[in-house]
Design a protein around this ligand. Structure first.
Ligand SMILES: CC(C)(COP(=O)(O)OP(=O)(O)OC[C@H]1O[C@@H](n2cnc3c(N)ncnc32)[C@H](O)[C@@H]1OP(=O)(O)O)[C@@H](O)C(=O)NCCC(=O)NCCS
Length: 129
């Protein structure tokens, strides 16, 4: 059953592109499918409150690898992570996302519909078109 907390935070998330030097992330991992530069989004909730960040890069047209998604501890478990992914899909008109999950984040990725990528099951993948 959907919780009231979840319902109230529904569609609360806004993404804002930021420059690499504005990011809180340190360097990402080496092994990645990203071509070109890494990009960053702040995850914001009303009113203009930063709750986390996404670091990603293009892998193919309309396809990205999420290098990192991070929410501040106080803002986890409210559905902002899944909302941020949905917002990114809409904003960039994506057909595919891949991500290299940590052991502890695999259940999160599975819960939002990702599964192991054929040929490289270290990575998780989801198609959107
Ligand atoms: C991972 C992260 C982005 C998830 O965002 P979030 O908004 O806290 O996600 P939610 O708690 O709303 O989880 C979405 C769903 O996945 C499930 N889920 C999340 N983590 C889970 C876990 N470890 N085990 C089982 N289920 C999990 C939730 O129960 C929820 O399911 P529901 O819709 O049935 O309630 C966030 O917790 C975070 O920033 N963690 C620290 C950094 C990290 O691990 N990043 C990922 C690796 S790059």
């Amino acid at each position: 059953m959907i919780s009231l907390k979840r319902l109230l935070s529904e569609q609360a998330v806004v993404l804002k592109p930021i420059q690499p030097e504005e990011s809180d992330f340190g360097p990402g991992y080496d092994s990645s499918y990203v071509k070109g530069e890494e990009k960053y989004m702040e995850i914001l909730v009303p009113v203009n409150t930063k709750v986390g960040e996404i670091q990603y890069g293009e892998t193919d047209p309309e396809s990205i690898e999420i290098i990192s998604i991070y929410l501040d501890k106080d803002h986890r478990g409210k559905g902002y992570g899944p909302q941020a992914i949905n917002a990114l899909v809409e904003m960039l008109n994506l057909k595919q996302i891949i991500a290299l999950p940590s052991a502890s984040s695999k259940p999160f990725w599975r819960r939002i519909g990702f599964g192991p990528m054929q040929g490289d099951p270290r990575y998780f993948i989801k198609q959107f078109k």
